[in-house]
Ligand binder design. Sequence first.
Ligand code: TLP
Length: 344
Amino acid sequence: MKIVDLRSDTVTKPTEAMRKAMASAEVGDDVFGEDPTVNRLQERMAEILGKEKALFVASGTMGNLVSILTHTRPGDEVILEANAHPFHYESAGAAAYGGVQFFPIVGNHGILDAEDIALAIRPDDAHYPPTRLICLENTHNRGGGKIYPIEKIEQIRHLADQHHLAMHLDGARLFNASVATGISLETFCKPFESVSVCLSKGLGCPVGSVIAGSAPWIREAHRIRKRLGGGMRQAGILAAAGLYALDHHIDRLQEDHYHARQLANAISQIPLFEFTPSTVETNIIVLPIHDSVITPLEVVTRLQDEGVLTVPFGPREIRLVTHLGIDDGDVTYAIEIFKKLFGN
Ligand code: TLP
């Protein structure tokens, strides 16, 4: 049976060319700082993200955790959006390992305005935890791949400056935001002290994320990565995939966005899933289910029986994500199956 796997852009498998780059990578012991390929990836990432230094980490979850722990002390508070990845999907790592409290605020498709954040900043009073950090997510996963408008980020930066707060960007899919808008990665990263980007999502690498920031900040993050057991040895094998992806897998994200729009245009016409397709800005579609009887799991199971893989994504939603493993034929097939099962 044909399988069209739209569960996540994390399901991609390295291409032959990427595997070759990995197999021939020059390596060394990265805990000694001696892996030339890791060093090259870190230097290149720092440059394209417009930061002084960068650090290779095992995952997006580790990137966010190391970043949050580097910015905070136990008892500090971090403001983020209520659907943000560190709040939802990171097993309360910041609370478990850093004694950090989150202050989640409900946004619009994951996007917060400076005014929303201003209300959450604590007064300087012994009753309250000190607000230390604001975390934003671009693109916003649970917000349906929504791109954070740059003006809003700049307004939030202004607010953060007034209150001496740091800002961290969960840029797991920042490459998607940049390709979709034409805004450079550097411009998107500039308002933040730190940023985390994933190699293992749209860029199609098997493993890895990179965090970036100032030289002293990365020095401290390096210690925390080690503390968490994240010091890796001949990690150049993995970093080589990242370098390959920077050369070959960025511009092609346009295709993923095109495929997501095609899916959105067709599926939004089915009354069960009706929504405004122009809300799909990148490679993620969060589909609403307008029926109180059929559950997301039932929708997912019926699609799965026909080879179209998706995930339940809330009490009345499922999610579809396009990626480099999806081609025109897969999109046509998925649309056919949606119409066959749910069209009338
Ligand atoms: N997201 C995964 C799941 O965890 C939901 C996915 O399939 O989308 N930040 C954002 C915005 C993410 O979407 C993810 C992964 C992460 C961080 C964590 O990355 P990993 O999975 O590498 O730890």
